[in-house]
Design a protein around this ligand. Sequence first.
Ligand code: 3EB
Length: 325
Amino acid sequence: MSIRAHFAPIREIPKAEQGRHVLASVTFTTTASLTLTEHGSPDLAIPMADGPAQEFREVWTVPGRPRWAIRDDLAYAHDGQYLFIAGLLPEQDVYTPPVRKLYEKAFALVNHLGYAHIFRMWNFVGDIVGANAEGMEVYQDFVQGRAQAFETYKGRGTAHMPAATGIGTRDRGIAFSLLASHQDVPRHVENLKQTPAYHYPKEYGPKPPSFARATILGDALYVSGTASILGHATVHQGDVESQTRVVLDNIAHLVSRENLTAQGIDDGHELKDLRLIKVYVRHASDIPAVRAACEEACGTGVEVKYLNVAVCRDDLLVEIEGIVP
Ligand code: 3EB
């Protein structure tokens, strides 16, 4: 009995199975908003769908009855064991200071409400490979603000950085959601084939990204957004099929017994164990090829959502995330 997610159509009010409650939801749609639904739970809407056929909602449910609130640019929900926070930042000339401020506000709320462990974050960055008003790449501008906020959250260490997704949207401005636990202690996991993101060299930007490759909480393993990166370098530039295979290989290795036992975790999984898979594809015309590769690797019995958005490096054509429940 812990936190779970499912995909649902956006036309229905988020609902939970018998004996469970809706904590919050994230709607992949055409415009951004942060609201409470008519039943009271927070909903973060992100402009990531190119039309009605791509729209869906990710609904998070919990065993306890949640309390919900929204104020200014943050909304949150918590049931005593799990906390969801979402934030929305409109377009800015420069993102570092306002991102730092918004993320610090979220971390202060995490601490104030008594949820010690952030275990998953999603960062939705509009115009992600575009330039800010000073010519800096929007993603690097965002990463710097987030890194400054993380430095104030439990000190400068990397041990508390959770699994995350950093991904483009179809608009401007930045949004995020995070999940934290009160009692369950997460284990953050790296992929021995990839440089830890928080150790990326300075050639990519003034601050490295603040996230782990995966986080284990309870029985579930949360796989971060994963791209065609080996070490810290993009591989197979311009070749979407090869990039997709590297992404799937990266995830397969990340969740494998070999990678987990090397980090002291007595467990092991396969790609076919993944659920709640989201595939972010840079070019719409690449979706059929990416879909074919994903179906071959993950099987056709699992629902996979495809979204047409930019990834955080100009040369990355695909990013994939999922959860092993
Ligand atoms: C990468 O591995 C690809 O900045 O939060 C993946 C997951 C990526 C999370 C983030 C970025 C982020 O560097 C991009």
